[in-house]
Design a protein. Structure first.
Length: 331
C-alpha cells in the first residue's frame, strides 16, 4: 500500500505564477494579433491599442482612487482583458465606444467583484455583450479584410454567419454559396464577405496559440476540444437533416468559435476546476452556441453561451468535486 508522505516545511515551489500564466496567454495571442494587423491594418492597431490602454487605465484608477489599495496592473490580466475585448470588436469601431466597453469590462466585469480571481463572468465578454446590446449598429458593421489604411470609413459587408443564418430562416440553401470555403475561413482570407471581429479572422493563428498554451501547460485540452467537438457533431446532425444548415466544418471555422473556445472559455476564474467539470462546461457552451446561432436572434452565440455557462460554473464545481483525502466512499 502506497503512503502519502507529507514533509515539514520548507517545501519546494513550482515556477507557476499568475504573471507567468498571464504573459503566457499574451504570447499565445500574438499570432492572432499580428494577423489582425495584416488584414485590418490601422483599424486593428487603433482598436486593440485603445482597448488595452483603457483597460489598464480603468483598473489603475479604480484600485488607486476608489479601492485605495496596491495596484496589480503589471500582472498581465488587464492586458489580456483589453486584447480579448479588442479581438471581439469590429476594426472600424469608434474610440469612444471602445473606451466604454473597457470601462464596463474592468469596472463592472472584474473590479466590482473584487478583482482578479473573484469575477464570476469573463470580463472581456461582459464588455463585449454590453456594447452589443447598447450599440448594435456599430457592433455589427463588419469591414472587409484588406483595407489596411482605412479605419471608420472602411467598406463593410455581411459575414459568413449572416448568410448561414439567412439560409436557415429562408430555407434557401443557395445562400450558403456566399460563405467562403473552408480553406479561406482557415486562413482568414474572405474577399467577398465581412471578416467579423478582429481576433477571429484566422483559425490557424488561434490554433498556434492553442498549441503554445498546451505545451506550456497554461490550459488543458478539455474545454476547447469539448466545445469544438460538440458544435461539430450538433451542426453535422442539422446539416444531414436539412441542407440549409451549413456544413459542420464551416460552422466551427466561422465567427468567434475558435477564439471563444481557446482563449475565453478557458479563463481560470470562470471555468470549472476539474477535468470532468470542464467537459460538461464545454459541452454546454457548444450546445448553446449552436442553438443561439441557428434559432436565436443573433447570428453569433459564442459570447452569450460562455457567459451563461460561467453562471453554471459554481454549480458544476459543487456537483463535480474530488473526494477529500481520507473521506469514505459514499459520503
Amino acid at each position: 500500500m502506497n503512503k502519502l508522505i507529507v514533509s515539514l516545511s520548507p517545501h519546494i515551489h513550482g515556477n507557476d505564477s499568475v504573471e507567468r500564466n498571464m504573459y503566457g496567454v499574451i504570447i499565445a495571442l500574438l499570432p492572432a494579433l499580428l494577423v489582425s494587423f495584416f488584414y485590418f491594418g490601422i483599424g486593428s492597431v487603433i482598436v486593440c491599442a485603445t482597448s488595452v490602454l483603457a483597460c489598464i487605465a480603468t483598473e489603475y484608477i479604480i484600485q488607486r482612487y476608489l479601492l485605495k489599495r496596491g495596484n496589480t496592473i503589471t500582472d498581465g490580466s488587464a492586458i489580456i482583458t483589453g486584447l480579448l475585448l479588442g479581438f471581439n470588436l469590429p476594426s472600424n469601431l469608434p474610440v469612444w465606444i471602445i473606451i466604454i466597453g473597457a470601462v464596463v469590462a474592468i469596472g463592472i466585469g472584474k473590479m466590482t467583484f473584487g478583482g482578479l480571481g473573484n469575477n464570476p463572468f469573463n470580463p472581456a465578454l461582459v464588455g463585449r455583450c454590453f456594447l452589443l446590446v447598447s450599440f448594435p449598429a456599430q457592433m455589427t458593421s463588419w469591414p472587409i479584410a484588406g483595407q489596411l489604411g482605412k479605419y471608420t470609413d472602411a467598406t463593410t459587408s455581411a459575414t459568413p454567419l449572416y448568410y448561414m443564418k439567412e439560409a436557415i430562416k429562408t430555407g434557401d440553401a443557395s445562400l450558403l454559396n456566399n460563405v467562403p470555403d473552408s480553406l479561406h475561413l482557415l486562413l482568414g482570407n474572405n474577399p467577398n464577405a465581412g471578416a467579423g471581429s478582429i481576433g477571429e479572422i484566422c483559425t490557424i493563428a488561434m490554433l498556434l496559440g492553442f498549441a503554445y498554451m498546451l505545451v506550456r501547460k497554461i490550459i488543458t485540452w478539455h474545454i476547447p476540444v469539448s466545445i469544438i467537438v460538440t458544435v461539430f457533431v450538433f451542426s453535422a446532425i442539422c446539416h444531414v437533416l436539412n441542407p440549409a444548415y451549413a456544413s459542420p466544418l464551416n460552422v466551427i471555422l466561422s465567427g468567434g468559435l475558435m477564439l471563444g473556445a481557446i482563449f475565453m472559455a478557458t479563463d481560470y476564474t470562470t471555468s470549472p476546476m476539474t477535468h470532468k467539470g470542464q467537459l460538461i462546461y464545454g459541452v454546454g457552451i457548444g450546445l448553446l452556441t449552436v442553438i443561439i446561432r441557428n434559432w436565436g436572434s443573433y447570428p453569433e452565440g459564442m459570447s452569450f453561451a460562455i457567459l451563461i455557462m460561467n453562471a453554471f460554473t459554481p454549480l458544476i464545481n459543487i456537483y463535480i468535486k474530488p473526494k477529500r483525502f481520507g473521506e469514505e466512499v459514499g459520503k
